[in-house]
Design a protein around this ligand. Structure first.
Ligand SMILES: Nc1ncnc2c1ncn2[C@@H]1O[C@H](COP(=O)(O)OP(=O)(O)OP(=O)(O)O)[C@@H](O)[C@H]1O
Length: 279
């Protein structure tokens, strides 16, 4: 039995004539302890897929199973780091993380919870901003709070919806390493949604492209045959990295071209010119 399984999942928004089928026939199996990345174009249905796995949405048909049971609503077992960090604006950084940790460990001693909050706020480099409110933070800092909040809840499965997109390269690299650390040290299962192929190859065991929609569906998987821990600086010279990167990019460009060909309509302009105009 797979740890997470999506069986023939379809998702349509709306009804009747105005409805759009966003995801079509999604089949996915993730084993316990695996790190899987899904790469896709903007608007292809990545967030819809995350919300189905998280339990915020229900499939129009098909099944989403977590540890063999249908997903019904959200659960602390699956922690999501969203693209839009959705912090509570009236709470400080520490309080935002504390709220989540308190919910995840309701019976835990207060002192231990505060220590846990401090540890994760420190991990994302925000100790100096511990008492600041979200409005006093930059977008990247808010995103780091969201990362700390999700990881501090110690979820069994970490689901990430383009969590590092708004960050500068250095912070992004540090957080990728922290997420990998937590994933490997605590033997977690992870699903990363990204539009960055290099990030996917650096972090994941498998990359699966999401073909653009409407009717977006998963493409063939690419296994990342590079030993861990991976070294970012050496990756560029690794023949396996180059081969895998080229294969994925070629695949994405191919489906991108097909998408353009489908959406390209020809318009002919009327053959007119102002009165008396001579070319
Ligand atoms: N609640 C909704 N009602 C109707 N259509 C929706 C709804 N949510 C998303 N869509 C449509 O579904 C499609 C996929 O959206 P989704 O947000 O899942 O894509 P995405 O790949 O995450 O996009 P991005 O990379 O831009 O965040 C889009 O065409 C979007 O307009």
């Amino acid at each position: 039995m797979a740890y997470l399984e999506l069986k023939n999942v379809n998702k349509t928004y709306g009804q009747g004539k105005g409805s759009t089928q966003v995801l079509s026939d999604i089949n996915l199996e993730i084993e316990e302890g695996e790190f899987v990345a899904i790469v896709g174009f903007t608007g292809s249905g990545k967030t819809t897929l995350v919300n189905l796995i998280n339990g915020l949405l229900e499939p129009s048909s098909g099944e989403v199973l977590f540890k063999g049971k249908p997903v019904r609503g959200t659960s602390h077992e699956r922690g999501v780091i969203f693209q839009n960090y959705s912090l509570l604006p009236w709470l400080s950084v520490g309080q935002n993380v504390y709220m989540a940790v308190k919910e995840a460990f309701p019976k835990e001693n207060k002192q231990l919870l505060h220590e846990r909050v401090k540890e994760y706020v420190d991990m994302v480099g925000l100790t100096p901003a511990y008492n600041k409110r979200p409005k006093e933070l930059s977008g990247g800092m808010r995103q780091r709070v969201a990362v700390a909040r999700a990881l501090a809840m110690n979820p069994e499965m970490i689901i990430m919806d383009e969590p590092l997109g708004a960050l500068d390269a250095l912070t992004r690299g540090n957080l990728q390493d922290e997420i990998l650390n937590i994933w490997s040290k605590n033997k977690r299962t992870a699903l990363l949604i990204t539009n960055d192929v290099d990030e996917g190859i650096y972090m994941a065991d498998r990359i699966i492209p999401l073909k653009p929609g409407p009717n977006a569906t998963l493409g063939p998987e690419f296994r990342i045959d590079i030993e861990r821990p991976r070294d970012k600086t050496e990756l560029n010279d690794n023949p396996n990295f180059k081969k895998t990167r080229n294969a994925i990019i070629e695949y994405l460009m191919d489906i991108g071209d097909q998408r353009k060909a489908i959406s390209q309509k020809e318009y002919s302009l009327p053959d007119i010119s102002p009165k008396g105009f001579v070319a």
